[in-house]
Each structure stands twice: as structure tokens, then as C-alpha cells.
Design a protein around this ligand. Sequence first.
Ligand SMILES: Cc1cc2nc3c(=O)[nH]c(=O)nc-3n(C[C@H](O)[C@H](O)[C@H](O)COP(=O)(O)O)c2cc1C
Length: 174
Amino acid sequence: MDFDQVLANRQSIRKFKSTEISDETIREILNLAQLAPSAGNLQAYKIKIVKTEDGKIKLKEATFTRSFIKQESVLSAPVLFVICADQMESEKVFKTRGSDLYAVQDATIFAAYLQLAITAKGLASVWVGSFVEEDVRSVLSLPKNLRPIIIIPCGYSDEEPKPRQRKNLNELII
Ligand SMILES: Cc1cc2nc3c(=O)[nH]c(=O)nc-3n(C[C@H](O)[C@H](O)[C@H](O)COP(=O)(O)O)c2cc1C
């Protein structure tokens, strides 16, 4: 798959086959994704990989209680990557700009690369932002300095993605 195809093929998938993903493939995906740029090359993010039924049930409960979107099938994917901003790590170098902005940007850019790496490996994913951070932090026992920013469920697609609309470029270029 060339890069243009990776970009075109990455579409949000919300239904996954139960087929497992090997640890080797997960490592290959993470190794590609961590090529993403980060402020001062600090890579001020941490990744929690949730694969157990127990972990997924806890995350579903956490997101079901107070989320706007119910994520049942999405959070049943074989692997859930929970991307957290490591605010303290960035703060040490960049002060409040690091804790308030750069750590979040590092985590966000990593997640975008992660979705592309997943696509390049013939797998699918979706970006899940609709959750209450405190609830996710609590069920995963994350330390206070880690802010859960994005959950990326990943697996083999079990749905045909719908054609998607994008704005006309004239609306974006000002
Ligand atoms: C910041 C952000 C938050 C999102 N949160 C959710 C979410 O909680 N649940 C979900 O199903 N999709 C979520 N999405 C996915 C978007 O709905 C999706 O990317 C958008 O509709 C465009 O479709 P595409 O990804 O197929 O191009 C989120 C995307 C972004 C960037």
C-alpha cells in the first residue's frame, strides 16, 4: 500500500472481527507510530494496551456511565490503545506550555500516526474521544500525571465503511 492509499483507506471502523492481533504486529505498529514528531523529541505520552476481557469491560463501564456516545461494539475490538499525555514529563522542559499543550499535542500526533500505521498493516481503527477522563483514569489505575486523551480500538474490520464527505478546500483556506 503506498502512502496515498494509506491515507485514503484510513476510515473510522466501529465493528471488528474477533480475530486476534499478534504481539509482533502490535510492536511493528507502535514502532512506526513512534516516528511521529514530538516537542523536544520528548515523546511525552504513554500507551496503555488493553487486550483482556476484564480490561475492556471496565473501560466500557467507565465510558457508558457518563459518555455521550455508547461505544459497545467499538470497545469490543481485540486491542484498545489508550493514549495518555505525560504532562509532567513535558512540563520539566517546557513549563506550563509543556503540561497544557505540548504533551497533549505529542499524544494526539502519535495517535494520528498510530491510525495510519494500523491501516498500513491492513487493520482498522477508530478514534474515540468521547469519555470522561477521570473515569478512564480510575478504571485503568493511571497515575495522576497521565491524562488519557484518546482511545484507539484496533482490529480487522467487520464492516464496509460508508463513503465520507469532506469540506471543499475553499472553505478551509482563508
Ligand atoms: C477528536 C476526535 C474525537 C472523536 N471521537 C469519537 C468517538 O468518541 N466515537 C466515535 O465513534 N468516533 C469518534 N471520532 C471519529 C470521527 O467521528 C471520524 O473521524 C469522522 O467522522 C470522519 O470519519 P473518518 O474517520 O472515517 O474519516 C472522533 C474523531 C476525532 C478526531
